[in-house]
Design a protein around this ligand. Structure first.
Ligand SMILES: [Zn+2]
Length: 376
């Protein structure tokens, strides 16, 4: 275990719930979400809302013009003699043939979804953002792929809370971070030290670095970015305060940045979604839906920006995991997710996590996922 691990006291509910599961040490209460609880996000990454995208009448003038032109061309191309006695009959035949063809074309087109419509596609198999065409004339890098990024500052007026997991100074305040706080459904320690790579690169250093990169990218797009901590306080904040900062900021989106501390050989990233929790001071009923949408966009964009795959040790390959034991999610009243960017205890993942260029790509993926969500 890394240098941080020895200072961490496992949570009281962690030991029994996490048997056999790798842990990010700041999340001692990890447990798998049982089927049928929460929002069941692993079923599908990014299907649109129920009923959205069902066949709708074609309204675009370009589509209507396309079919009308085809009809005229067919009538005037000489294949049908223009005798006055047969013209109306011929037109009827042509229209009978072409109108259904156009309608079929509209329906096919419609079913493919409009890349700019942000999730109105009736296709259940892909996030619409993943099939958006590259921005014209621009490179295909993660930050510029989407047309909406070309509008200048697409996040103007939006508030984003970034929550860098842990705090580099937590290790110096073991008793303070061990105190118990109320997470709505249980008591849990204020905060933890986090994990580290085998070479000693701490998770707290990683989360701050990536979060600062994300902040720069989001601010460039016009967002107001609020941090829960910037390495500038003695320890913490506690997990309840981390949630409260997002709530008080009335954040449009909140993302907690972490890296995992699983076993070697367990690789990849995953996004943690809030379960449907109601009890004590927790009520996530209003945020599970939007948090799921935020999470699916993060999975898509993080994977694309970094080339990393969803975790091979949880989430059934979806990169999504629902949890009900995290105060930072339970107590949130704004859309919020955690992202575990990789496994610090796996040497291949660690090689990426310790690479500044990779962290920049990770930040771009996170920023793009947030941007996609806020531009829905
Ligand atoms: Zn962590």
């Amino acid at each position: 275990m890394g240098p941080d691990a020895g200072t961490r006291k496992p949570g009281s509910i962690g030991a029994s719930l996490t048997k056999g599961l790798p842990l990010d040490p700041e999340i001692p209460g990890r447990k798998p979400q049982e089927p049928g609880t929460g929002t069941a996000p692993t079923r599908r990454l990014a299907a649109g809302p129920p009923g959205a995208g069902t066949a709708r009448p074609p309204t675009g003038p370009a589509r209507a013009r396309h079919c009308r032109t085809a009809t005229i061309a067919r009538v005037s191309n000489g294949s049908f003699p223009p005798s006055p006695g047969r013209r109306s009959g011929t037109l009827a035949v042509v229209l009978t043939a072409l109108v259904p063809a156009c309608l079929a074309g509209w329906l096919i087109w419609d079913s493919m979804g409009d890349p700019k419509s942000g999730g109105t596609s009736s296709l259940p198999t892909a996030d619409s953002t993943s099939i958006a065409p590259p921005a014209s004339g621009g490179p295909s890098g993660g930050a510029t792929r989407h047309p909406k990024d070309d509008s200048g500052r697409p996040l103007t007026g939006k508030v984003v809370v970034i929550d860098p997991g842990h705090n580099p100074h937590n290790r110096d305040h073991p008793s303070a971070i061990a105190r118990s706080v109320d997470i709505g459904t249980a008591k849990k320690e204020c905060d933890t030290t986090g994990t580290a790579t085998n070479s000693g690169y701490s998770e707290a250093s990683f989360t701050l670095d990536v979060s600062r990169r994300v902040r720069t990218l989001l601010q460039d797009r016009g967002a107001k970015v609020v941090f829960t901590q910037d390495g500038d306080r003695a320890y913490g904040p506690c997990v309840d305060e981390r949630a409260e900062i997002g709530n008080k900021a009335h954040a449009d989106a909140a993302v907690s940045v972490h890296a995992d501390g699983a076993a070697a050989g367990q690789r990849g990233f995953h996004v943690i979604l809030p379960a449907a929790v109601r009890g004590g001071g927790a009520d996530t009923s209003a945020i599970t839906g939007p948090s799921h949408r935020l999470g699916t966009r993060l999975v898509t964009e993080f994977s694309e920006a970094t080339g990393a795959k969803p975790a091979n040790y949880m989430g059934d390959g979806t990169g999504l995991k629902v949890r009900d034991d995290l105060g930072g999610l339970n107590l949130s009243t704004v859309p919020k997710v955690f992202i575990e960017c990789g496994n610090m205890r796996d040497s291949k993942d660690a090689a990426q996590l310790t690479d500044a260029a990779w962290r920049e790509r990770a930040a771009r993926g996170i920023a793009q996922g947030i941007t996609d969500f806020l531009n829905r």
